[in-house]
Structure formats: C-alpha cells, structure tokens
Design a protein around this ligand. Structure first.
Ligand SMILES: [Ca+2]
Ligand SMILES: [Ca+2]
Ligand SMILES: [Ca+2]
Length: 248
C-alpha cells in the first residue's frame, strides 16, 4: 500500500508541475438529485462555510459550478456520521459529471450488522454496496470497481482524492487506492452526494495543471499558474493528513 501511495504521489507531482487551484465556493454549487436514487431530499447546510452537510435521511448531489477539461485532482474529507443520527447508507463523490444520466459516482455504504438480513443499507441502483465506482452513461449504469464487504465506520473522517491523468483515473478513499483506464467522461463537473444518509464534507480542493477555470467563465483558460509552491503545500498537507482518522 505504501509503495502504491508513493507512486500515486509521483503521478500527482507530474500532473501538477504547473498547477492552479480552482477557487471553491460551495454556496454556488448546484443542488441536484442523488445520482442513483434520483431523490432530492433534505437541505444542504454549511455551504457558505465550505463544509457542505446533509442531515437525517437526506439524498442529493452537490455539483461544482465549474466544468473541468481533462486532468484534475479533486480532494477533501468526508465524514459519514453525525452525533445526532446513526445510519448506514450512501455517501460519495461524483466527477466527470454532465448530468444525472451521465457521470461517474464513487459511493460507499455501511452495513451495521454484517452477515444479517436486518438493517441493510441503501444500495446503489446497480445493487452495489460497500465501496463502488459506477459509470452512468446515457442512464445505463456499469460497475467499474467494487469491494462489496468494505464499509465505512461510525465516527471516522475519511480523506479522498480523485485524479485524472490522460486516460488514467486514480482513486483514493480512506485506505483504498486503485487506478483504472477510462475515458468516457474526460470533462465534467465534480461534487459530493448522499443517498438516505447524513454526511459532512470538508476542505474540498480542486487542482488542475496549467490552467485554472474561472467560475464566471468556465471555458476560459487563465494564464496565471499559481505554481509549485502552492501545490507543494497541498501535497505536504496530503502527506501529513491521516488517511483514516477518528473524529475529535
Ligand atoms: Ca452507523
Ligand atoms: Ca439505513
Ligand atoms: Ca437512511
């Protein structure tokens, strides 16, 4: 796993040799239906503080107001549980997002009592539970990756990082990292989602090489690379951050 992480970070260094950080303001992000259950329930709160949160049995996506073209790194932290509400359903990330019918979604469930039939978690429309990466293309779901018996735990915060480098997608969520070849959606928006679940997302960050996208003019290229200094501070933060840490 360590070797994989080092390789992963080297990929990121080459990806972001001339990196620019896209300014994030989640209060401008789009509040849409959940990518699998097509439900939009409960309100997103904490958007102005850049800590989007859903409470109770909430479903919905929160998708960036900017549209990425090509390589990117999307990172942050996800906390599935709240102290007020114990549940076991879906939290996740979306990327390559065109709309609810065309995107990638990386979802994760908890099963509270593994091996029993009661209190099963909500499933993705594919029937997947555990950790799953689904490609939705013209409304047809296909599973790109699944660990069916890996569940998130209560009172944990998980780091995530999703990146594209040419045809390669690199995914890191908690202790799991994997890479796959897929170019169905090279461009698109990024975001977060829940289905019948509380969740809080924190320190959302998007880095692109060479260009930064102005949210006011998403297709424009701005020739103002922020450079390695900013990127390296982000990389050090990534190295220093515990990959699975207990909520304080
Ligand atoms: Ca729980
Ligand atoms: Ca439940
Ligand atoms: Ca629920």
């Amino acid at each position: 796993m360590k070797k994989a992480l080092v390789g992963f970070l080297l990929v990121l260094v080459s990806l972001t040799a001339n990196a620019a950080i896209i300014p994030i303001d989640t209060s401008n992000w789009l509040q849409l239906a959940g990518p699998s259950n097509d439900r939009n329930t409960g309100a997103w709160v904490g958007l102005k503080g850049q800590k989007p949160e859903k409470k109770g049995n909430s479903s919905g996506s929160l998708v960036s107001d900017f549209y990425l073209h090509g390589d990117f790194i999307f990172s942050g932290f996800a906390t599935p549980t709240s102290t007020e509400f114990d549940d076991n359903d879906i939290i996740g990330l979306v990327f390559g997002w065109q709309d609810e019918q065309n995107h990638y979604r990386l979802g994760w469930t908890q099963t509270q009592r593994p091996g029993t039939d009661d209190d099963k978690s909500t499933k993705d429309i594919t029937g997947r539970t555990g950790l799953f990466l689904i490609q939705e293309f013209e409304g047809v779901s296909s599973t790109l990756f699944n660990i069916a018996d890996l569940f998130w735990q209560d009172d944990f915060t998980y780091a995530f990082e999703i990146s594209r480098q040419d045809e390669l997608l690199n995914i890191l969520f908690g202790d799991i990292s994997f890479t796959l070849d897929n170019t169905t959606f090279v461009d698109g928006r990024v975001g977060v989602y829940t289905e019948s679940q509380t969740a809080r997302f924190n320190q959302l960050n998007v880095i692109v090489p060479d260009t930064v996208f102005d949210p006011a003019n998403p297709v424009a290229k701005i020739s103002e690379p922020i450079g390695m200094a900013v990127f390296l501070s982000g990389l050090l933060l990534l190295c220093a951050a515990p990959r699975v840490s207990r909520k304080s």
